[in-house]
Write a protein that binds this ligand. Structure first.
Ligand SMILES: [Zn+2]
Length: 350
């Protein structure tokens, strides 16, 4: 089959790889309907994260179950499934605590499972899914139409991650929210904040198309300024103080500094940007202003059923973050388009 590999900075190739098969009784074989490129895939692409040797890449996909192992109970061939960006058993103590990202038996797409077998990555034609009962969530028996397909694909990562940022920042009914980052996660953070009942949602964006989508998703205001000017504008909009809740959806030092300074005294920052730019916490500042910083890698599996229900009902339509759809063979162009910010989020169709 064909799958995407990263060989080094700006070197993405689609190559022939061995066909996956059910190897363990707890495996499922999934034929990929759609996959996508994540903002965090851009860190190795840009050379910010090391690539020691060519490796499979991609951790967001949806598809159809083709075959299941003898111990798989919750899935059957023909199910349309959403795969969260990490594998988890959904039964261990961490999973029961809602921290599926710390699963005792978990693994990464493109990594190695507990049996020591390689795990396929998501940007390919098919995937062997270990601990399939815990990892995959069925979303019906039919491949959905394109808009619904796109929305379900966001449940792999960006919508659940935006939701985690909002929860970590304490967003609730009536709160004021600032979202730092206008990538797919930031935009989904806006949608998540609206869904959780935020009253004011300020999206920080300098790109007209992204700001327009943020408004559609529920942003009441858009602030184009950054740094101290951005904070001043936020305070002006919120009656002289910062926000109750700030979502940090980038992962750089600048974005974390922006987020912390946009929170009001006693406010909370929820961060989900994969740390890649030397961000550190200024403990004295946080102490003096009683600003709480929480968050981390989003346990999207924990939120999947809840967000799936609202997606299937049409209450949220996060799939609108996809503005580029390419065949799998054009994966290099998908990466380039996102790297150059010509695309918010690129979908790959095998
Ligand atoms: Zn677990």
């Amino acid at each position: 089959m064909r799958a995407t590999l990263i060989h080094g900075p700006r070197d993405i190739r689609v190559e022939d790889v061995p066909d996956p098969e059910v190897s363990l009784p707890t495996d499922a074989l999934v034929r990929v309907t759609a996959a996508c490129v994540c903002g965090s895939d851009l860190w190795p692409y840009r050379g910010i994260a090391d690539v020691d040797e060519p490796r499979r890449i991609g951790h967001e996909f949806v598809g159809v179950v083709e075959e299941v192992g003898s111990d798989v109970r919750t899935l059957r061939p023909g199910d349309f499934v959403v795969a969260p960006f990490l594998l988890s058993d959904n039964t261990c103590v961490h999973c029961r605590n809602g921290m599926h990202t710390s699963c005792e038996h978990g693994a990464w797409w493109g990594g190695t499972d507990e049996a020591g077998l390689p795990v396929d990555a998501g940007q390919g034609e098919a995937v062997r899914v270990p601990i399939a009962d815990g990892t995959l969530v069925a979303a019906g028996r039919d491949v959905p139409d394109d808009p619904m397909l796109a929305s379900l694909l966001t449940l792999s990562d960006v919508m659940g991650t935006g939701h985690h940022a909002a929860l970590s920042a304490g967003v609730g009914p009536g709160t004021s929210v600032v979202v730092v980052g206008d990538g797919a996660v930031g935009l989904c953070g806006v949608l998540a904040a609206r869904r959780l009942g935020a009253e004011r949602i300020i999206a920080m964006s300098r790109h007209e198309d992204r700001a327009a989508l943020a408004r559609d998703f529920g942003a009441t205001d858009v602030v184009a300024e950054r740094g101290p000017d951005g904070v001043a504008r936020v305070e002006e909009l919120l009656g002289g103080i910062g926000a109750d809740a700030v979502l940090e959806c980038v992962g750089t030092k600048e974005s974390m500094d922006q987020a912390i300074s946009a929170a009001r005294p006693g406010g909370r920052v929820g961060y989900v940007g994969v740390p890649a730019g030397g961000a550190e916490l200024p403990i004295s500042t946080l102490f003096g202003r009683n600003v709480t910083v929480g968050g981390g890698v989003a346990p999207v599996r924990a939120y999947l059923e809840e967000l799936l229900a609202d997606t299937l009902s049409g209450a949220i339509d996060p799939g609108r973050v996809f503005d580029l759809v390419l065949p799998l063979e054009q994966a290099p162009e998908a990466y380039a388009a996102m790297d150059e910010r010509r695309s918010i989020k690129a979908m790959l169709r095998p």
